[in-house]
Design a protein around this ligand. Sequence first.
Ligand SMILES: *Cc1c(COP(=O)(O)O)cnc(C)c1O
Length: 398
Amino acid sequence: MNVQSYYKKLQEINKLAVSPRIIESGQGAYLTINGKELLNFCSSHYLGLAVDERLKKAVKDAVDKYGVGTGYRTLAGTHVLHIELEKAIAQLKGTEAAVVFTSAYMANCAAIQTIIGKEDIVISDELNHASIIDAIRLSQVKNKFIYKHTDAKSLEEQLKQASLLAQTPKSDGKTPVILIITDGVFSMDGDLAPLPQIVKLAKKYGALTMVDDAHGEGVLGKGGRGIVDHFGLLGKVDIEIGSLSKAFSTIGGFIAGKKTLIDFYNQKARQRLFSIALTIPDTAAALEAVRILQESDAVVKKLWDNVSYIKSEFKKLGFDVGHSQTPITPVMLGDEEIAKKFSVRLFEEGIFATPIVFPMVAKDKARIRVIPSAIHSKKDLDFAIKAFEKVAKELKVL
Ligand SMILES: *Cc1c(COP(=O)(O)O)cnc(C)c1O
């Protein structure tokens, strides 16, 4: 191959890239870009914990006491803070145990790759998160079934085929594992997986269940315990994945479930054996975030008050806000160019809300995705609603 022309090709592709906005402040209710203060409507820090004084203090105290770095979990990297964090997460989720990783992407890879081999079977929602898709690839599983988005009927059709396949033992004589995998909250539309039906079907066909609750923790269920609690299914989902980067506003991911399963992951997950553990500041911040949720559900209530308010005001104005069941509020615009223009005009009006366009969503489903947080005041929301109305009238989309 001609290396020079290879780099040239890369250069051409790179030219098309849109460079991201550079944030010069913390990720609070507002943020600063190019010296301009903007209302923050696009981070997944649902509870505003990214700038919370309690998290800042927990990090400073932990760093003073323990320093920064840790190590590999199985060698010398399991710290008392990791154990405390895992206990706190399990307690919050209502599971027997939990294990943390450096991201939910890693947790998904570990959760699937460790228990699924070439001859097992996975059944996955067609709109599952990219990290799930990659994790399935990593497992090298041959039998992949995809069901229609949140469609229990389609899932059952796939399960029927899967359970026929599972009657033939693997080459080692063992029965193939069937694993159903779904996002809890789908982050483009804010809709939920039909978890009660999934659990019921899994039982009927002898399958394990896995839900990635990255956008559900800190948001759904009693005091933000997540989607499993929301549906009253505690103990009924085998594998729960969480991210510490969304509502918890730090970094990291976890698997929560029965102790036997978590012990197995602790022993075998390559993402834990061959990759570094969370650092001290990350672990301390995440632990404080989980504790804040355990102490009170006030912040989660405030989030939902804000969500109800902004959704109902948008609807009153005539916006189509989709069928979200979560704080993710898509303001549907359809046309990609309009969505981009809308976002630019909002920026000028002092609001940071990014357009979501193809390939993240279908070509005619462009939108502005609005994510209010618990630390927005009513005044902040009213300011935003006015700006949306003004821009929509200008662009003639209302
Ligand atoms: C954000 C997200 C992830 C990735 O989380 P990280 O902790 O940032 O790796 C995984 N799954 C879903 C459903 C997500 O929304």
